[in-house]
Design a protein around this ligand. Structure first.
Ligand SMILES: Nc1ncnc2c1ncn2[C@@H]1O[C@H](COP(=O)(O)OP(=O)(O)O)[C@@H](O)[C@H]1O
Ligand SMILES: [Mg+2]
Length: 246
């Protein structure tokens, strides 16, 4: 099983939108997809509610791996309230339990997508210590640009403890191509993070929000307005499918 954490300590940048669309796309490719929702807001759990629910995400921080069988399609450990208690627990212990449990689940799934809360806490660091890949969606607003610096340095620090963690890059999301501020921020990101910027940005598309509310991918929405969103979401999924060698 290859695992990918979607992380940015800023909220509203498109993390959950990406997790859901990667899950839909990878499941259509016939993969056994595990989605772990570590955000107590439970947005990914809501969008993926009609898929297989394996249990609560806090169980993945227990001392034994949950006994589950992976099936082709989307399998979910949904967000639950006790996840919040992890923030006052010992980081080393939480990280080593999550890591061991992922290793045990690895035989049952091909890919694991981990959605995270907008905070640099125990859950996020435990996920980064346990995973193979990390990707950071970013919104092209000033506060997000400030935040990404901290995110990149967190990832660099975790890599000291988990050198196998590969940073797949920064994904500009909710990009309004007609907004000069977004254009200026995109140029700024390009010059600061050269090789780290993904070549497949996601535009600001209301069809993405429509799809998330319906619990469906954008490609099932029958509106011509969804066409660009479909191309973009499929593009990033194909890019990551290759990058992770799934
Ligand atoms: N590409 C997009 N275009 C327009 N709205 C989006 C897009 N991606 C996400 N949204 C909407 O923006 C809000 C935040 O997105 P979400 O994926 O929940 O971000 P995060 O998980 O980082 O908090 C949600 O209401 C969602 O429906
Ligand atoms: Mg979210």
């Amino acid at each position: 099983m290859k695992s990918l954490v979607i992380a940015n300590q800023k909220g509203g940048v498109g993390k959950t939108a990406l997790v859901a669309h990667l899950a839909f796309d990878f499941a259509e490719r016939g993969l056994r997809v595990l989605v772990v929702d570590l955000d107590t807001q439970g947005n990914a759990s809501f969008t993926l509610r009609s898929h297989v629910i394996l249990g609560e995400a806090s169980a993945l921080f227990g001392d034994k791996p949950p006994k589950v069988t992976g099936k082709p399609g989307i399998n979910l450990f949904r967000a639950d309230a006790p996840l919040a208690n992890l923030e006052s627990k010992n980081l080393q212990e939480s990280a080593s339990r999550l890591r061991n449990n992922f290793r045990a689940l690895g035989r049952e799934f091909d890919v694991c997508l981990i959605d995270t809360a907008p905070a640099l806490g125990v859950r996020l660091v435990a996920a980064l210590v346990s995973a193979d890949f990390v990707l950071s969606p970013i919104e092209l607003e000033a506060y997000s640009l400030q935040g990404i610096r901290m995110m990149v340095s967190t990832i660099q620090n975790v890599r000291k403890g988990n050198p196998a963690l590969k940073f797949l890059g920064i994904l500009p999301s909710k990009v309004d191509s007609r907004n000069p501020r977004h254009q200026a921020h995109l140029e700024e990101l390009k010059s600061t993070y050269k090789g780290l910027l993904l070549p497949t940005p996601i535009g600001l598309r209301s069809s993405v929000a429509d799809a998330l509310a319906l619990g469906e991918p954008v490609w099932t929405i029958r509106k011509t307005a969804a066409r660009k969103a479909i191309r973009e979401m499929r593009g990033v999924a194909a890019h990551l499918h290759d990058a992770m060698k799934l």
